[in-house]
Design a protein around this ligand. Structure first.
Ligand code: FAD
Length: 287
């Protein structure tokens, strides 16, 4: 595990953490809750930079939006009343579905995103919420859409940068939201997860739509083709089936120990259907 680590730093400021990350003469790695890193840290990592004491543990209202510090734990998000009331509670539901209580008490939202697992449960709700991430470097600070943050399995654009904050913009009015997930057991990572946000006009025509899927591609993805099928259409059972068929074509799942690619494809249809049905129910739209 960490028997080869020669230094463990506990900086108190973001700048100090970034300087330690770039300190010459070894390979340093950021550690937050450590719940992914303990399983994945290669033996080339020599120094650990603990980011738990940088003051990045917060959930703040910002206008009608929310700013979440990167080291906020999944448990804090799960229990935050504000997060529970945001967007039909999809982010609270997603965090509550991550592993065990013990894991959620130390695991952070920044770690969940920076680890860039295709199955990361906070990624899909944050994608449909149009979240942005703030990345801090030695001499730079960037804010970019979460959709541009992931590059592939366990790869992000944050190489050498510290993810400091997740910014959720104000939600569109009268949007209903859903987060759906299936895992082999309650504490296993998701076989597939799906998040959706849907706005309908009085006639039941879809005026705004977001769909994201996890564990079905090298990174958590938005599904633009599914969104195109739903946009400007009357939401009914036929349209939902077309969206589910489109999702099955848009994803690129793999077969692994948890499920076959075929199973993930079928599950994506089922979870997308459920997500859209739940949104319709919130909006009191009869299908
Ligand atoms: C038993 C168990 C069950 C789990 N179940 C789930 C599950 O159901 N769903 C799910 O999504 N995940 C699950 N996980 C994975 C894990 O708990 C989460 O991904 C967690 O949120 C990671 O956060 P952390 O703070 O522990 O990250 P760490 O392990 O500390 O870090 C993970 C990676 O991100 C980097 N990193 C961390 N923070 C930052 C930052 N602010 N800026 C830049 N880089 C950073 C680290 O260098 C490291 O490479 C599970 C893990 C375990 C052990």
């Amino acid at each position: 595990m960490f028997d080869h680590i020669r230094a463990f730093y506990q900086p108190r400021t973001v700048n100090e953490a970034i300087r330690l990350l770039h300190k010459p003469g070894g390979q340093a790695c950021l550690i937050a809750g450590g719940t992914d890193l303990v399983l994945r840290a290669g033996r080339s990592v020599t120094d650990l930079v603990d980011i738990a004491h940088l003051g990045l543990d917060y959930i703040r209202r910002s206008g009608q939006g929310v700013r979440i510090g990167a080291t906020t734990t999944l448990a804090a998000l799960e229990h935050s009343q504000h997060v529970q009331h945001l967007a039909n509670g999809i982010l609270a539901k997603a965090t509550a579905s991550c592993g065990t209580i013990q894991t959620r008490n130390v695991a952070t939202i920044g770690g969940n995103l920076a680890n860039a697992s295709p199955a990361a449960d906070t990624a899909t709700p944050l994608l449909v919420l149009d979240a942005q991430v703030v990345l801090q470097g030695l001499r730079s600070r960037r804010q970019l859409p979460l959709a541009e943050f992931f590059r592939g399995p366990h790869q992000t654009v944050a190489n050498g940068l510290l993810l400091t904050e997740i910014v959720i913009p104000p939600c569109q009015p009268r949007v209903a939201w859903s987060f759906q997930r299936f895992g082999r057991t309650e504490i296993d990572i998701a076989v597939v997860n799906v998040a959706a946000g849907l706005q309908l006009d009085r006639r039941g025509r879809c005026t705004w739509i977001r769909v994201a899927l996890g564990a079905v591609a090298p990174r958590p993805i938005r599904a633009p083709n599914v969104e195109a099928v739903l946009a400007d259409s009357i939401l009914n059972r036929t349209r939902i089936e077309r969206a589910a068929d489109t999702a099955a074509q848009e994803i690129r799942p793999i077969t692994d120990v948890r499920a076959s690619a075929d199973y993930r494809t079928e599950l994506s249809r089922v979870l997308l259907r459920r997500a859209l049905e739940e949104c319709a129910q919130h909006l009191e739209c009869a299908l």
